[in-house]
Write a protein that binds this ligand. Structure first.
Ligand SMILES: Cc1ncc(COP(=O)(O)O)c(C=O)c1O
Length: 429
């Protein structure tokens, strides 16, 4: 097939790098190959780039855009809100409205504190846990991602416990103890010196792993036994695995939950929600919860509109998305076998992970089998066929994806998997 024309995206990147480091505002976006395509317009789940190439979007803003790029309910809410003035950093009725709605949707959402990103929400949750327990140590699981702040931005891969980037302060993670996600036996190392255990209840960032049977129950039992605050990081799973997130899906209730992404309806947001007694220090003002843009009216209005929509349609919308994701995985697994390439897909809810280099994984430590370069080659091949997925192989489904989109995507996946039969052209030394 003829290679798409990326002339304008290439020219933009070259020029953008003059004053914009790496030509982007978040490093992973700059890693898209053969060039980060510059998106000019989005409609539903369809994108058009600067060169006029069209894509079916499966990145969905790295997850938040469960309702696509142009949901009517969010656009109407933001337009209404704009007309009332920005009211940044004022007290406004949208704050309690969204907190009340959360209490209705998320099993443990007794009290909610808003911030602007998931990264900030994680930091606030850890602070609340330390204040509530008077302890410092935090248990974190390898390859789980909790934002880019130095203390938790460590052990990004199962075989590397260090900082995820240069420039981090190693001392910041001195109180962070690492565990292997999914391994209940290791939890015996928890004791009453820990303030919090934080984890992705379904490990989407490592590659869409569902929790092994009994694992979340074991985490809950051990944290309760030692008076440790259990924090579910549901920045991705919240409102994606269902209205009540992973905690509802798996029936295990954390003390605190970190939310973001879908909660903002596509606008920036983060939140910590949870038990009233644990949120007590925030409620009294003893624990400082700060941030100019916290609870900004536009994000809260967008979030309220999106979550209300999800609540109204939850019984049909989530089963449909889950079924579409399962079908996509089955297609990849069948086609990979047919093409004779070591590749596979697995999904949790409507998040799908493509892997090349392995025919199946059982746990996070199996990630060492994955060929990251070949996985990126697969997503490159998809991009050329008009399918926009994250270069690490993650694909998010959204409500606007329709049967035609999915048929086009399956066809593109079949072709892209075939391309892997040709050995990669390796760069010289
Ligand atoms: C599980 C999880 N926690 C926290 C974060 C950080 O959220 P944000 O990018 O909004 O700071 C992310 C971001 O992808 C995430 O996936």
């Amino acid at each position: 097939m003829p290679a798409p024309d990326y002339t304008r995206s290439r020219a933009y990147r070259a020029a953008a790098c003059t004053h914009l480091p790496f030509g982007v505002s978040s490093t992973p976006r700059g890693r898209q190959s053969p060039v980060p395509v510059v998106i000019e317009e989005a409609q539903g789940v369809h994108l058009t780039d600067l060169d006029g190439n069209r894509y079916i979007d499966f990145t969905l803003g790295y997850g938040p855009l469960l309702l696509g790029h142009t949901p009517d309910c969010v656009q109407a809410a933001v337009t209404r809100e704009m007309a009332r003035g920005l009211r940044t950093a004022t007290v406004h009725r949208g704050e309690a409205a969204l907190a009340d709605l959360l209490a209705d949707c998320v099993p443990t959402a007794e009290q909610t504190a808003f911030v602007t990103t998931g990264t900030e929400a994680v930091q606030l949750a850890l602070r609340i846990a330390r204040a509530a327990t008077g302890r410092l140590r935090i248990a974190k699981f390898r390859a789980n991602y909790h934002g880019w702040i130095d203390n938790v931005h460590v052990a990004g891969a199962p075989d590397n416990d260090g900082p995820c980037t240069i420039g981090q302060d190693p001392a910041a993670s001195a109180n962070v103890v690492l565990f292997d996600w999914g391994d209940a036996a290791q939890l015996a190392a928890l004791d009453s010196s820990f303030a919090a255990v934080i984890l992705e209840p379904a490990a989407i960032n490592p590659g869409c792993f569902a929790p092994p049977p009994g694992f979340l129950d074991a985490v809950r039992t051990m944290t309760r036994q030692h008076g440790i605050v259990l924090i579910f990081d549901e920045v991705i799973t919240g409102f994606r695995l269902g209205l009540g997130g992973a905690q509802q899906r798996y029936g295990v209730l954390p003390d605190l939950t970190v939310l973001g992404k879908v909660l903002g309806g596509g606008l920036p947001i983060g939140a910590v929600t949870g038990r009233r007694d644990i949120m007590h220090d925030v409620a009294t003002g003893r624990l400082l919860h700060r941030g100019t843009f916290n609870g900004n009216p536009l994000s809260l209005a967008a979030g309220f509109a999106a979550i209300s929509h999800l609540r109204t349609h939850a019984t049909t919308l989530y089963p449909r998305l889950d079924a579409m994701a399962a079908e996509l995985c089955a297609h990849v697994n069948t086609q990979a076998m047919r093409a004779g390439v070591a590749a596979c897909a697995q999904a949790v809810g409507s998040a799908v992970q493509l892997f090349v280099g392995t025919k199946g994984l059982t746990c996070i430590s199996d990630l060492t089998q994955v060929d990251r370069a070949e996985t990126a080659r697969l997503t490159d091949a998809l991009l050329q066929r008009g399918i926009y997925a994250l270069p690490r192989g993650l694909m998010y489904l959204g409500t606007p994806h329709d049967d035609t989109d999915m048929a086009t995507t399956r066809h593109a996946l079949s072709e892209a998997l075939e391309t892997l039969r040709t050995p990669p052209t390796r760069q010289g030394p």
